[in-house]
Design a protein around this ligand. Sequence first.
Ligand code: ZN
Length: 432
Amino acid sequence: MKKNAETYLIRGGRIIDPAEGIDDNLDIMIADGKIEDVGKGLDAKTAMVIDSKGMIVAPGLVDMHTHLREPGREDEETVATGAAAAIAGGFTTISAMPNTDPAIDGPGRIKALKEIIKKDAAANVVIIGAITKLRAGIELANFKAMKAEGVPAVSDDGSSVDDNAVMEKALKAAAGEGLIVIAHCEDIKLSQKGVVNKGFISTKMGLRGISKESEYIRVSRDIELAKKTGAALHIAHVSCAESVDIIRKARRSGTKVTAETCPHYFSLTDACCATYDANTKMNPPLRSKEDVEAIRAGLADGTIDAIVTDHAPHTDSEKDVEFDFAPFGIIGLETALSLSIMELVDTKVLTFGELIRKLSFNPAKILGIKKGSLKKGMTADIVVIDPAKEYAYTKDSVKSISKNSPFIGWTLKGKAVRVFVNGHPNPTYEVG
Ligand SMILES: [Zn+2]
């Protein structure tokens, strides 16, 4: 990553830094890649001034759930294109999930991926290791060796660890190494071969449904095992009301569990799937209106700590098939911020400060990485957001190789207009 020797003064923006309890009109001075000062009326000296009146200036967004597809499916996304999409969306740090081909299940694979990141990524990339070798759910990966390579968390995301005993062993080992376990919660015996939320819509469409039980029964199991082992458990992509309730109760009783959801789970319902557009097919699936309300309530009361993208690129040729046969997943790095502003801040579910907390500070805190704050001396990872900017989200504008988004054609509101990564500025479009 290039360090920028130049100095910049971000002047007159509304600085929101939940870590420091700041929500005020201030200036930020950036020098040698770090935040040198935050305060009122800072002297520009030789710094390049970036006028940010009317803008929100926040710590760079941190995505703790990103699928980059490299190695193995570089036709869908690469580290380089995923990082470019991240920056366009205001994310300065993303987390590469290990379900690549081959899976990132040991120190050798991590080292190889680190080389690609060092060479190609314009954003920070955190590597998540697999829970089990080849993500096969049988034998634990070498947690100690992966931890030594700097991995903060393990996950078999894409699949749940099906065997109770293997999951218990994984949580115990992760606790011993100080690793977080990110759990994709799905009982495939309950969801097997389903393609859309089980209910009225699946019946109407004549497609097999994925029950909510397949998710929340597994959420329960993983929480019980985390309680027993003392492990730090993080529940991935919560999609239904029952999961929110179970996590809320567990937290109230003192269990060390955190949770995330994705913008599509608070923006869309399974009614969208009735068009048979494969870009509305994801796992877990879009649920009912009641579930959307429960996800919003879970975000509002703090049960759900983080908003993540679950950015899952698939090419047109993969998605342009019958709903049944299309792969699960949508891209999300370039739409997460706008959808969160529109669906959560504009609707008064969250304040802007609370939103920044869930998109930056909390994911950084869960992963235990030094990100998500504008404190003096921190690496200058910053996003400048125009909260009122309206723009058409078109296929041509997408930085990802894959264009699989149900939001293409939407007019979105609230955009990252400038992003600093390690003090290096990346204008996403020219301001003013
Ligand atoms: Zn998953």
